[in-house]
Design a protein around this ligand. Structure first.
Ligand SMILES: C[S@@+](CC[C@H](N)C(=O)[O-])C[C@H]1O[C@@H](n2cnc3c(N)ncnc32)[C@H](O)[C@@H]1O
Length: 182
């Protein structure tokens, strides 16, 4: 299988998940991390830290390739403050995504921030943009997936760097081969 680059514009995309409840919603945050990785983000900052979840994600990355990292953080404000690029808080109360997308496409670095059950109100002031993916309540996973897909496109098939295995797309059934196989 041909190897493909994981990245398309913009340069570096990271995600900060605030308000993770370890032990209460591991599945939702796992899906958020998998979605971030699959759509081209390089890192998930997880607040508060959840080492068990981070370890599961490392195993996925070892199997399917790419350099995705999960970093537990105790101080989410420091991540936002020190980022240095565009901080994009996804919230249904924000500006329409379509309005902000042209500016995001020009950004060198983007930190998407998503909340959980409750979002600290100061996040609205600390973010460069507050951006809505539609103005109805749904999910942080859906909001992130749509934002990343519209920003950079949906990644095509092919092994990621360092992958042990790769999917060969099929009209029906499943085919997974060693990433180094012809
Ligand atoms: C279950 S919602 C929480 C909603 C909560 N009432 C709040 O304070 O925003 C969890 C997260 O999903 C994301 N989200 C949900 N709907 C969204 C939308 N329409 N646009 C952008 N992000 C959304 C936001 O990041 C939000 O923090």
């Amino acid at each position: 299988m041909p190897r493909r680059s994981r990245r398309s514009a913009p340069g570096h995309v990271e995600v900060l998940r605030i308000g993770h409840r370890a032990g209460r919603d591991p599945r939702l945050t796992t899906h958020l991390a998998l979605t971030a990785r699959a759509f081209g983000a390089e890192r998930l900052y997880l607040h508060p830290p959840d080492p068990a979840l981070a370890e599961r994600l490392v195993k996925v990355a070892a199997q399917w390739g790419g350099g995705f990292a999960v970093e537990g953080v105790r101080d989410w404000r420091a991540v936002v403050r020190d980022h240095g690029g565009a901080v994009v808080h996804l919230t249904m109360y924000g500006e329409p995504l379509a309005r902000v997308l042209p500016r995001l496409r020009r950004a060198d670095r983007i930190l998407f921030v998503v909340g959980g059950a409750k979002v600290p109100s100061e996040l609205y002031a600390r973010s460069t943009y507050n951006v809505a993916v539609g103005h109805q309540p749904h999910s942080e996973v859906a909001a992130l997936a749509v934002a990343l897909a519209l920003l950079s496109g949906v990644p095509g098939p092919g092994a990621w760097p360092g992958a042990r295995q790769v999917i060969v797309p099929q009209a029906r059934g499943k085919r997974v081969v060693d990433a180094g196989a012809p």
